[in-house]
Design a protein around this ligand. Structure first.
Ligand code: ITT
Length: 204
């Protein structure tokens, strides 16, 4: 069967396609289907993911995946968090959004550079059933940003245990799943691992 990937973010779409590939599921994007973007009115990642997944499932009659994610900076009380996309002002260029994170840290005189990424992944069916999976990854903010890979805040996020930022790591290193050990690095890959665990099988 086919599923919809309910995102309009190209970087996220590429990762979700790669993450779904081992499940052998044919995926079509919300953009390719010209689906409208619902307003993200939730106050939690899981709520916004559900809004997007439900809207796509009911518009298409197909099961739909949506990811709602963000960067939570500890010294900024979790900002930009739910507003991570909005801090770019709708642009695909996150140089300004990353500069704002750095500026707000400096304004607070914050020495604490700890942060984490969250991914809430919702799979919704047209009959109203839905499942939620979550993943997170902790790390430190670097300045200036490093690397040109990935998307969003990747160049300023250095995951624990790695000398490189998500902007410097390759796709396989950022969101590849090691099925032997059942481990993955990125928040989104960890949410898909949790989905795989729920399926109680090893794809491939
Ligand atoms: P959709 O709602 O259409 O999926 P979006 O970009 O608006 O696209 P979100 O509302 O979930 O998605 O916003 C998440 C933002 O958090 C995203 O735009 C990035 O800036 C950031 N983000 C999430 N995951 C990221 C990752 O893996 N690397 C870097 N930044 C990430």
């Amino acid at each position: 069967g086919r599923v919809v990937i309910a995102t309009h973010n190209a970087g996220k779409l590429a990762e979700m396609r790669e993450l779904l590939a081992p499940f052998g599921i044919e995926a079509v994007s919300a953009g390719a289907l010209n689906l409208p973007e619902p307003e993200e009115t939730g106050t939690m990642f899981a709520e916004n993911a559900a809004i997007k997944a439900r809207a796509a499932a009911s518009a298409t009659g197909l099961p739909a995946f949506a990811d709602d994610s963000g960067l939570c900076v500890h010294a900024l009380d979790g900002a930009p968090g739910l507003f991570s996309a909005r801090w770019s002002g709708g642009s695909k260029d996150f140089a300004g959004a990353m500069a704002r994170v750095e500026r707000e840290l400096a304004a607070r005189g914050a020495a604490d550079r700890r942060c984490h990424f969250v991914s809430a992944l919702v799979l919704a069916w047209p009959d109203g059933h839905e499942e939620l999976f979550e993943g997170r990854v902790f790390g430190d903010l670097v300045w200036p940003p490093r690397g040109t890979r990935g998307f969003g805040y990747d160049p300023m996020f250095k995951p624990d245990g790695s000398p490189l930022t998500f902007g410097e790591l390759g796709a396989e290193e950022k969101h590849g799943i090691d099925w032997e050990t059942g481990t993955a690095l990125s928040h989104r890959a960890r949410a898909f691992l949790s989905l795989a665990a729920a399926c109680l099988r090893r794809p491939g």
